[in-house]
Design a protein around this ligand. Structure first.
Ligand SMILES: [Zn+2]
Length: 128
């Protein structure tokens, strides 16, 4: 517990976290089962606010995490590999050429397979 915030998921968020975990297993397999470093996963609203993130963030829903996999390749290459895969992600975002944000649709929903890049110039759709 940091900043006096109890970052504990409710039942819906817990179900979503299971969906996220299943998705991340696909990512891990794609990356030759090398260690994935998750810098941010579930955030309750209070923690999300503290980080200055939007209230609509899929982190709050338990459906998103930020990660790198340095043992596999530089983050930009990892991003390309996941973008080109058939993994049913909802959003895949390369952020500041430093980490990858990935989210998965809640159980039963269709993955949007949105691929974006965010950097100092803003956000744009990524074309491989
Ligand atoms: Zn994120």
């Amino acid at each position: 517990m940091r900043h006096g915030i109890i970052n504990k998921p409710n039942d819906i968020q817990l179900e979503n976290l299971k969906t996220l975990a299943k998705g991340m297993e696909l990512v891990r397999t794609k990356l030759d089962s090398l260690p994935i470093i998750i810098s941010s996963g579930f955030r309750c609203e209070a923690l999300n606010d503290l980080l200055g993130s939007k209230r609509t963030s899929q982190h709050i829903m338990g459906l998103a995490c930020d990660f790198t996999c340095d043992r596999y390749a530089h983050v930009g290459r990892v991003f390309e590999v996941i973008a080109d895969s058939s993994i049913p992600f909802d959003q895949l975002i390369l952020e500041y050429d430093s980490w990858i944000h990935i989210s998965f649709p809640p159980e039963g929903a269709e993955p949007r397979r949105q691929v974006l890049v965010i950097d100092r110039e803003g956000a744009r759709v990524y074309n491989s």
